[in-house]
Design a protein around this ligand. Structure first.
Ligand SMILES: Nc1ncnc2c1ncn2[C@@H]1O[C@H](COP(=O)(O)OP(=O)(O)OP(=O)(O)O)[C@@H](O)[C@H]1O
Ligand SMILES: [Mg+2]
Length: 454
């Protein structure tokens, strides 16, 4: 569809001359020979650009412009002016007019200015439409959420997905990092290519290297066949590096090189293999800290986080909790062919008030379990609390006034540790502390307890 332009000039020969000229350039052009007629057309919207003569009887160019602004008409405007009133035109520019043209009109300047003004309108309009569309969204790909925070994520994913920029997603465990990574892939023009995910924390060093880069036949004892790694498998698609802040330093160096060159060698291989990949990575660590402590190389961090995306914990986007709970309820009811339709008020209150330290994953699991237990067509508070999942006695600590910070720390750490059944990694992530530090602290507490008198 060609852009629409309105020419408002009481000198008919000028208006019609312009009309012919711009129509030749493929624009759709209307003409109004007085300000009032122009206003009636402009008010209906749809013009990318209005060329308005400063001097017209009754409604002049400036008046037209100010009416447009008042009414929220978003067309760009260029003021046409005679020699004597350039200052007024410049004033209008300060108020937001795109530019001005001086009579007699110069074709070169027209041809330069008009397409730019139209383009500005179109870019602005496209952005506005995108924002409008995302504003009403309650889901995006497989992601559910209507909070401002999630809508911001949708907007950023929409904007970043088509580029090749590396994206680092940072967020607590269970916040949906992998879903976001998949949404990025699905919204990119690599969507027909593979999406290959690898968890960098899941393998010891040698195996991780093998997983990432593959090997040639005979590269090591037991390498009976050649094997391509994730880098090769992800060619033309997206490589998702999960828990990327958990790699040994020398693997980080190799990874950095492979990312910079978009090429690498298999283990035991001589040939450089070129790949066309987009890298998305994720971590639940505080990356700044990890870089500060030298656990994550700074150069690698910058390479991975060309676009950083922060996924807030569920407790900081309360507006999503109920929506998520209800969608999970519908989904699991259908999957389990159960006639459960809603939550009791008490269950709902709990869902809204609880902190959800395990984020969306915890909410999802809680609903699935509750649904299986539910009798009748409602999920009750006791269904939700089943399986020791969420008993407030177990999850809360009373710390009386008079407790030192050190004692309070210790109680919280021990309680959390026992709550996750001694899983160091989970406990560290719930507590938001480093796993090694947690181990040291726990050892200290436990040995102090063993030697404490009484
Ligand atoms: N916004 C969301 N809408 C729907 N489901 C979600 C959303 N966020 C997370 N989930 C679901 O919660 C679970 C955890 O999500 P995901 O695996 O993406 O989290 P994560 O951030 O990668 O966690 P971890 O750091 O533990 O790997 C998944 O089952 C996912 O489908
Ligand atoms: Mg994950």
């Amino acid at each position: 569809m060609s852009a629409k332009i309105l020419i408002a000039d009481d000198e008919r020969h000028i208006a019609e001359g312009l009309q012919m000229l711009l129509a030749d350039d493929g624009f759709e052009v209307d003409v109004a020979t007085d300000g009032q007629a122009a206003w009636e057309l402009v008010e209906q919207g749809g013009y990318a650009l209005v060329l308005a003569d400063l001097r017209m009887p009754e409604v002049d160019g400036l008046e037209l412009f100010s009416r447009m602004r008042e009414a929220g008409v978003v067309s760009e405007i260029i003021i046409i002016t005679g020699k004597g009133s350039v200052d007024t035109a410049k004033e209008a520019m300060r108020e937001g007019a795109y530019d001005y043209l001086e009579k007699p009109l110069k074709i070169d300047r027209l041809k330069e200015l008009i397409p730019k003004a139209v383009e500005k309108f179109e870019v602005r309009e496209a952005n506005r439409q995108l924002e409008e569309r995302l504003k009403g969204l309650t889901r995006f790909g497989d992601l559910i959420g209507q909070s401002d925070e999630m809508r911001e994520i949708y907007t950023m994913v929409e904007a970043a997905a088509p580029t090749n920029a590396s994206i680092l997603i940072v967020g607590e465990s269970g916040t949906g990092k992998e879903l976001v990574a998949r949404a990025i892939h699905d919204k990119s023009n690599r969507k027909k290519g593979p999406f290959i995910a690898i968890n960098c924390a899941a393998f010891p060093r040698e195996i991780l290297e093998n997983e990432l880069f593959g090997h040639e036949k005979g590269a090591f004892t037991g390498a009976l066949n050649e094997k391509p790694g994730c880098f090769e498998l992800a060619d033309t698609g997206t490589l998702f590096l999960d828990e990327v802040a958990e790699m040994e330093p020398d693997i980080q160096v190799k990874l950095l090189r492979a990312l910079e060159e978009r090429s690498f060698r298999r283990l035991g291989g001589k040939k450089e293999i070129q790949v066309d990949i987009r890298v998305v990575s994720a971590t639940n660590k505080n990356v700044q800290k990890a870089v500060g402590k030298g656990e994550l190389r700074e150069d690698l961090y910058h390479r991975l986080a060309v676009i950083p995306l922060f996924l807030p914990p569920l407790r900081d986007r309360r507006g999503d909790v109920r929506l998520l709970a209800e969608s999970f309820l519908r989904r699991f009811a259908e999957e389990n062919a159960k006639d459960v339709e809603c939550f009791t008020p008490a269950a709902l209150e709990f869902i809204n008030e609880y902190r959800w330290p395990g984020n969306v994953r915890e909410l999802k699991n809680a609903i699935e379990r509750a649904l299986i237990l539910a009798r009748g067509n409602e999920i009750s508070l006791s269904d939700l609390r089943a399986h020791e999942l969420i008993t407030s006695e177990d999850r809360e600590i009373r710390i009386p006034v008079g407790t030192t910070l050190e004692q309070a720390d210790r109680t919280l750490i021990l309680k959390t540790f026992s709550f996750v059944n001694g899983d160091h990694q989970k406990a560290a992530s719930l507590l938001g502390m480093d796993e090694d530090k947690l181990r040291t602290e726990l050892t200290a507490f436990l040995s102090a307890e063993a030697t404490a008198p009484g």
